[in-house]
Design a protein around this ligand. Sequence first.
Ligand code: B3K
Ligand code: ZN
Length: 876
Amino acid sequence: NRVFRLEDYRPSPFRIPESHLTFELEPDATVVRAKLLFERADDTRADAPLVLDGDELELIEARLDGALLGADAFTAAPDRFELKAPPASGRFTLELVTRIVPSRNTTLMGLYRSGGNYCTQCEAEGFRRITYYLDRPDVLSVYTVRIEAKKSEAPLLLSNGNPVENGDLGGGRHYAVWHDPFPKPSYLFALVAGDLGVVRDRFTTMSGRPVELGIYVEHGKENRAGYAMDALRRSMRWDEEVFGREYDLDVFNIVAVSDFNMGAMENKGLNIFNDKYVLADEETATDTDFANIEAIIAHEYFHNWTGNRITCRDWFQLCLKEGLTVYRDHEFSADQRSRAVERIADVRTLRAHQFPEDQGPLAHPVRPRRYREINNFYTATVYEKGSEVVRMIRTILGPDDFRLGMDLYFARHDGDAATIEDFITVFEEVSGRDLSQFALWYHQAGTPSIAVTSNHDPKRGELVVEIEQSVPPTPGETRKRLMHIPLAFGLVGTDGRDVTYRSAEGATVENGVIHLRKRRHVIRFSGLNERPALSLNRGFSAPVTLTLEQKREDQLFLARNDSDPFSRWQAFTKLVSDALIDGSRRSRGQKPLEWPADLLQLAGDIATDGKLEAAFRALTLSLPSEADIAREIGSNIDPDTVHAARNGLVFAIAQANGERLAPVYDSLADMGPFSPDAASAGRRALRNTLLDYLATLPGGKERAAAHFTSASNMTDRAAGLSVLAHRHSGTEQAEQALEAFEARFGDNPLAMDKWFTIQAMVPGASTVDRVRALTAHPAYSGNNPNRVRALVGSFASGNQTGFHRPDGAGYRLLADVVIDLQQKNPQLAARLATALRSWRSVEPQRQAKAREALLHIAAVENLSTDVRDIVERTLA
Ligand code: B3K
Ligand code: ZN
């Protein structure tokens, strides 16, 4: 199958200034009438035929300027329509009538059915499953959409833009017309029809325009949409205040559906969401769910400017909207909650998801140059690293020039389908800086690695810091160029405050940032009679791996004293990681585990330090995951020894500090009525993290059982269940708790997802069988992406000892699920298959088993492009 290349981009030979669509909705045979006004865009290709994209379409009729087309005037296949000789005038109307079958659409792309309702998903190339079209993001059109349906089946008829008219058609049918005045690419088209409940609100924009807000959910779930509505209002205000961006239509609607391939979709004026990211109340959703809802509501809303008003020229530019919008939603969450805590959480996510991608066979630049299946490029690299690149631009320019650059971007490119070059140019223009070397962050894959040594010369009063950068080779890129890396830093004095130096030579050092541009810099900081501790890459200013030769005493000192909380977390985590890597090695060599007493003490001090934010303490104490440790080890990994080491450290910290931890745990218990705000969530997070430690001590099982039973919200309940199931797996208490949860939430699919996930994450060899058995549970469905991800996805990507069972049974389970899904839902199957991407870093026996599983998938006949692409790149 075909490879698409960035360098092959050509502008479309035709424009579509107007698109008029009529839908006659029927589950088994929906008729779509598309009346499209075409204009030839390129006179030099005046005789070029018009070729439209399709995917599984059936053409019923075609008309050119009103006249029925004869069979010799066009060719139509399920995936392509060609008008052989478009009128010489270059301006004409084509009417295409197609038939589609929403009820049989299991791919969840195009028009499909979910929960008895009609909905759509068009990004990236789903619109071509609705009608023949120039289905590419640089063809922008003004849409008018008429929807006709049975009143009983679909009292609600929604599309993009503003409502224009609606009425009765007789025979039990009705219609509605929607008009979106903003030209948009087809991937932003949306339609929803069905029978749904609604929560309404109203927002007045900064210039005083009223906007009707609606969040549509299944009947009976309206009372779970309040938090999403609140998050929407806060997002709208924040974008006005921080980026000067105002909403532009009369209505803004969100629809929650239960079958959805990803989190949500930013269709113009009609966002469609995975219901997991809309529905929440204290009984059924955790604090993490609340935080995710807030972030994703914001993300999709922010796309209205970064994505919709300014869209992408082609799919290679995906990070133009995604990286930037992730950056914006991270900033939003930081402003709504705690900046330091958000940053730590975001960096943990980046390291957990993007680093392994960048360091494995699926590595690709933030702006890729080629793809076989674009759906496989909605990755942590495009999203999370893409966001880090925008953050670095701000670090380099400073907040004022960054804002000026964003203003210029909006002013200059509103209505455009733009490129990364357009984006970089505005920042160069407003700041007068040359960002050409910096732009490599977009073009070059791989996580740069930075090696640092430092030496203090008391006689000269100089701190000499040597820094060397290198970028490891990645698939298709063996030789790498030197990058511009902004490293925020501090020189921390004995009182914990940053000391000032007289001068810095050897690199550009400005506003607390070292700008690396060469392979090696020797930087001399003068005027330093006492040796400061070097605090480097503060706030994770650059997404790099850092090897800093640093005295252990300095690390301990920074973990206790750095003025930058992020750096305190970073220093602590470094100490913990080193200990865990050493512990894994010992465990592998069957040596007893030993832990540095000062580290155990430090952990206890952080846990009990009331001056630190509870959420910060919780994040710090939730040690690096087994996957994090495995990544740090890098190769020849035995997940069982990593597990043993991590458990050993948790137990050692609990033993060393138990008497101090229990009172803190107890003191956090009574918090009055539930509130999802960040401070309350932080206290719950700390208490639940402490429970995980305390559960390893005598009486811990009973404590966890009591925690579960007395929980008055889902955060505490799920945490209690998880601690019981993971620390006391197979015990009566664990089994009883699982049963109690199932009895209570058996009819709530989103709550049951937690139940599936907790069981899928039980460490150890027998979980594979449990997961297999659970695929037959009545609450499970192999067709619903949330269920599949909750059970199989979390097993494969979150359960190191279970998934990497030495006999390969975990890999086989994944392969079976991927093979079963790959035709039904290629996107979901491909996403699942990426769980095998780090197969080369496990020890040889497991590696052989993982390879077998990959080859088993590769051997399937008729493998979907999505899965084939992932599997072949993974094996390459
Ligand atoms: N833009 C969508 C993602 C679409 C994924 C298509 N495979 C959601 C988002 O990033 O906001
Ligand atoms: Zn997005």
